[in-house]
Write a protein that binds this ligand. Structure first.
Ligand code: FAD
Length: 307
């Protein structure tokens, strides 16, 4: 595995792909942190994702995919390989099934399906990013997760470079996790099974969920929750919010450089202006240390790192 061999950017262009060399990644993330991608390919269709990744693999280059960049910490040094920015965003309805390419914005699907009288994705209202990123991390809120609605996922297998359609069982969805996080398979498209549901009720629910979030979330750049909530003490019980433990160890207001835990939520780090990835990493390590020391609990990072 090398970085980007000479000629790869040219080969990607010859394959009719949208290529930028030495592309800043920070503006592609909600955290606004991190360095450059040696090569960035903006993929406008699932076929372009496959073409870009296959060419990178054939050339022995490192590669990664990103969606909305809303759960991502990019290293200060950037990423020395090919980053594929997933912007394939076609969405279609087939009876009560919604099919979306991975780069479709989750928010658009939430409101679009509600307007179509199909539910119920309202629990996802306010979660930024793409549907591919949401399925890869089994995003969710209020005790529910998108994996519950998945009927099928079209994947590019990282090990074989083949495309396959898999049933939800093969995704091994768990709390904020799925099989692709370990396999590095790429989500190309998703089918969600919805039910006829009253439009008015769903639109109201979306407004309520957005309002509930508005009170808790910071206005500064962030990547949402940094740590996963803790497993329930008893089987079938509720997860213990990581924020409660973090608050008890004095996380709120704790700062390293321009990265700091917001006063609004002990599990959210914000970028006060010029935060670096290394500041965030140092901050996370200190929070992990404090929680381990006080509670003997090892926090697990929800935030994904690139580079
Ligand atoms: C203000 C705010 C609020 C948030 N609230 C919530 C919340 O309530 N619940 C919640 O679950 N999350 C929340 N998040 C986190 C984030 O929005 C979700 O994790 C989201 O689903 C990430 O999607 P993305 O497209 O932005 O992924 P990215 O950030 O672009 O990528 C995240 C990871 O997924 C991988 N990935 C992205 N696309 C694909 C693909 N097509 N195939 C395979 N892997 C892929 C990337 O390689 C990376 O490892 C919040 C974030 C913010 C900033």
């Amino acid at each position: 595995m090398t970085d980007v061999p000479n000629g790869l950017a040219g080969a990607l262009r010859e394959a009719q792909l949208d290529v930028t060399e030495d592309a800043p990644l920070a503006p592609l993330t909600t955290f606004r942190i991190g360095g450059h991608a040696r090569v960035l390919v903006t993929a406008h269709s699932p076929e372009e994702i496959v073409r870009a990744v296959r060419l990178a693999v054939e050339a022995g280059a490192r590669w990664a995919v990103i969606g909305g960049g809303s759960n991502l910490l990019v290293a200060d040094e950037g990423f020395p390989g090919v980053v594929v920015l997933v912007r394939a965003a076609r969405v279609s309805l087939h009876d009560t099934e919604l099919e979306a390419e991975a780069g479709a914005e989750l928010g658009r699907i939430v409101t679009g399906s509600a307007w179509a009288g199909l539910g119920d994705l309202t629990f996802c209202a306010g979660i930024p990013g793409t549907v591919g990123g949401a399925v890869a991390g089994n995003a969710g809120a209020w005790g529910r997760a998108i994996g519950e609605l998945v009927v099928a996922v079209r994947l590019l297998r990282a090990a074989s470079m083949e495309t396959v359609e898999v049933a939800p069982g093969a995704m091994d969805f768990g709390y904020r996790r799925s099989a692709v996080q370990a396999s590095h398979d790429v989500v190309l498209a998703v089918r969600l099974g919805l039910q006829p549901t009253e439009r008015k009720t769903m639109l109201k629910q979306i407004d309520e969920n957005l309002a509930r979030r508005g009170k808790r979330l910071p206005e500064l750049p962030s990547a949402g929750s940094i740590f996963r909530n803790l497993p329930p003490a008893q089987p079938g019980g509720q997860r213990e919010p990581a924020g409660r433990l973090l608050e008890a160890v004095g996380a709120k207001g704790y700062r390293v450089g321009d990265a700091g835990v917001t006063d609004r939520h002990a599990n959210v780090i914000v970028n006060y202006g010029h935060a670096r990835a290394r500041d965030v990493v140092q901050l996370m390590a200190e929070l992990e240390r404090r929680v381990a020391e006080k509670y003997g609990v090892r926090l697990s990072r929800e935030l994904r790192e690139l580079g």
